[in-house]
Write a protein of this length. Structure first.
Length: 97
C-alpha cells in the first residue's frame, strides 16, 4: 500500500539542485551521499544525531559506516522511491554534518 506519494521527476531534480553532494542512485529510486569525518567518534556522533531525528520522524536512512566514512542512501520504502520525507531527512542530515 502506498501511503506517501513519490516525487515527480521535476520535484526530484529541484530538490537535488538544493542539496549539494547528493546524487541520484542509478535506478532513480534513491539519493545518496558519502560523508567523511576526522575519526570514528565524529562519524558516530553524526550518525547518533541523525538517528534521533530519524526516529522522531519515523523515516530512517540506509547507511554504511567504516571508521570515519558514512555512506547514506535515502529512499521511501512505503512509496517505492523518493518522497518529500527523503528530502526533509537529507536537509536534516546536512544540518547534522
Ligand atoms: C511502519 C513504519 O512507519 C514504516 O515502516 C516507516 C519506517 N521508516 C521508514 N524509513 C524509510 N526510509 N522509508 C519508509 O518507508 C519507512 N517507513
Amino acid at each position: 500500500m502506498t501511503t506517501v506519494p513519490r516525487l515527480t521527476d521535476a520535484e526530484r531534480d529541484a530538490a537535488l539542485s538544493s542539496l549539494p553532494g547528493w546524487v541520484l542512485r542509478a535506478d532513480g529510486l534513491a539519493i545518496c551521499k558519502t560523508f567523511r569525518f576526522g575519526d570514528f567518534a565524529e562519524a558516530f556522533g553524526f550518525m547518533t544525531r541523525i538517528a534521533i531525528q530519524a526516529e522522531k520522524a519515523d523515516h530512517h536512512p540506509e547507511w554504511f559506516n567504516v571508521y570515519n566514512r558514512v555512506e547514506i542512501t535515502l529512499t521511501t520504502h512505503d512509496a517505492g522511491g523518493l518522497s518529500t520525507r527523503d528530502v526533509a531527512l537529507a536537509r536534516a542530515i546536512e544540518q547534522a554534518a
